[in-house]
Design a protein around this ligand. Structure first.
Ligand code: NAD
Length: 497
């Protein structure tokens, strides 16, 4: 930690305490006593240790969640009370917003100032949005026919019930926000949850657990197990006591989780990787589009599932747009996210720094042009914002998710080519179109194969709009009314009168 960059005293004391997991309302070490360390990506230094959960701890957490789910305190709690609890939790997060942002910054590397207005505020908004759903979960009354029993009368109706115990596994790029996208609908619908944060970023999940308890949730409704994906994550995935798995992370791990879920017929939603296109049409406000394209890829160090990592620009404006983006990139100050003047922090880990650098090196070997950036440096895990041009659409740089501040850019000649290039990728999470031609934009939107399309903006998320992917970007949706469907089961009831 940088001694000259101030943090709140409560952030400092949170960091120095012995971290424990929350299981069934109790703060516990791992049964094995094992711990694992996590780092500050801005310095590379070890920041602390958390319990390293094994299958035994996961089993304990799932049982605690099951007990809470079955217990009358939670199962008979009225929707209005579930709504009020979520509001209370959101209020507590607002009270501690700066501390949450500082913890996120220290553990993930992102700017604390940005985390406070983006990550923490969006997490709070998503909980308040989901709080409203608690009182609006509806079934239906159905006028049934039953032709084989013509002389009887029936009352048919459909109940929408909480799905049960939810196992939530999240990535490290937005640790608090991703956790809240799962916690909100789970607690609004009356489920109980076991959360496994990413190996690298356990801190805000533990702070969130503290606030859940302070808000007054019954013991076991929310549990956090810290541990590795290979041990704790895999154990949660395989556990037969879990009714629904909700996962945010890589497509590779998502596929494993999806397959394992089917062994127990566990319901599953998967929010996975992306390689989202930014399409700049010739009629767009080109300066606005260049600034938007830069922020689409460089925000959060490019570690955003829906980052605009492929840029397609109408050919006659290509060089100008690239020059503008390179100018923005070259002007970005890199450093510790606690410094409010810093525009870009480090990547999450040495591994990620190496991975991203290896893609840039691949571009160099291929003879592509590095229009700006390209270098990495330390201490900490920094990679300069990079733009690569003169690269073929079929190359790995254009087809694979890099998950860092690396933009690959290709010119196009007409709308059909732009749509075809945008869709020519195994992922389908998001896409943005920059244009002032309303008719052309509306004609393009249905042709783009992705879960979100933004026009003259990128990665703009709202809790009322479902978010998720086509193709390899996932299964199911988070947020919006769609999320409530994913956390509930339907029960058909038929009463012979
Ligand atoms: P990851 O898949 O390696 O890890 C994600 C989580 O899964 C972590 O908690 C990890 O511990 C756990 N895990 C790892 N192996 C596991 C296993 N075998 N069984 C169960 N759990 C396991 O992903 P990452 O590198 O942490 O995150 C980056 C990826 O997440 C990127 O691909 C990014 O696009 C994606 N992402 C998607 C969204 C979205 O909403 N679509 C949002 C953020 C990130």
């Amino acid at each position: 930690m940088h001694a000259d960059l101030p943090i709140l005293p409560q952030t400092r004391s949170f960091l120095t305490r012995q971290q424990k997991m929350l299981i069934g309302g109790q703060w516990l070490d791992a049964a094995s006593g094992q711990t694992m360390s996590f780092r500050n990506p801005a310095t590379g230094e070890v920041l602390g240790e958390v319990p390293s959960a094994s299958a035994e701890d996961v089993d304990r957490a799932v049982r605690a969640a099951r007990q809470a789910f079955d217990d009358s305190t939670w199962s008979r709690m009225r929707p209005r009370e579930r709504q009020n609890l979520l509001w209370r939790l959101a209020d507590l997060m607002e009270r501690d917003a700066q501390q949450l942002a500082e913890l996120e910054c220290l553990n993930n590397g992102k700017s604390a100032a940005v985390a406070q207005v983006m990550d923490v505020q969006l997490a709070i908004d998503s909980l308040r949005y989901m709080a409203g759903w608690a009182t609006k979960i509806e079934g239906a009354s159905v006028d049934v026919s039953l032709p084989l029993m013509p002389n009887d009368q029936f009352h048919g109706y459909i109940r929408r019930e909480p799905i049960g115990v939810v196992g939530a596994i999240v990535a490290w790029n937005f640790p608090l926000l991703l956790a809240c996208w799962k916690l909100g609908p789970a607690l609004a619908t009356g489920c109980a949850l076991v959360l496994k944060p990413a190996d690298e970023t356990p801190l805000t999940a533990l702070k969130l657990a503290e606030l859940v308890m302070e808000a007054g949730y019954p013991d076991g409704v929310f549990n956090v197990v810290t541990g590795t994906g290979l041990n704790a994550g895999a154990a949660l995935t395989r556990h037969p006591g879990v009714n629904k798995l909700t996962f945010t992370g890589s497509t590779e791990v998502g596929k494993q989780i999806g397959k394992a879920a089917m062994d127990n017929m566990t319901r599953v939603t998967l929010e996975l990787g992306g390689k989202s296109p930014t399409i700049v049409m010739g009629d767009a406000d080109l300066q606005q589009a260049a600034a938007g394209a830069a922020s689409a890829i460089f925000f959060n160090q490019g570690q955003v599932c829906c980052a605009g990592s492929r840029l397609y620009v109408q050919r006659k404006h290509f060089d100008n747009v690239i020059a503008d983006i390179a100018g923005i990139a070259n002007g970005m100050k890199l450093g510790n996210g606690l410094d409010p003047s810093v525009a870009m922090g480090p990547l999450i880990s040495a591994r990620q720094q190496e991975r991203v650098s290896s893609y840039i090196e691949m571009g160099r070997e291929l003879g592509a042009t590095i229009a700006c950036g390209g270098e990495s440096f330390g201490p900490g895990y920094f990679v300069k914002p990079t733009v690569i041009v003169d690269v073929d659409q079929q190359h790995r740089l254009v087809q694979e998710e890099i998950f860092g501040p690396v933009l690959v850019a290709i010119p196009f000649d007409d709308i059909d080519e732009a749509v075809s290039l945008a869709n020519d990728n195994p992922y389908g999470l998001g896409a943005s179109i920059w244009s002032n031609d309303l008719g052309a934009v509306h004609r393009m939107i249905p042709r783009i194969r992705s879960g979100s399309v933004w026009v003259n903006c990128h990665s703009a998320l709202d809790p009322a709009l479902p978010f998720g992917g086509y193709k390899l970007s996932g299964v199911g949706r988070e947020m919006g009314a769609a999320a409530i469907d994913h956390y509930t089961e339907l029960k058909s009831v038929l009463i012979k009168l």
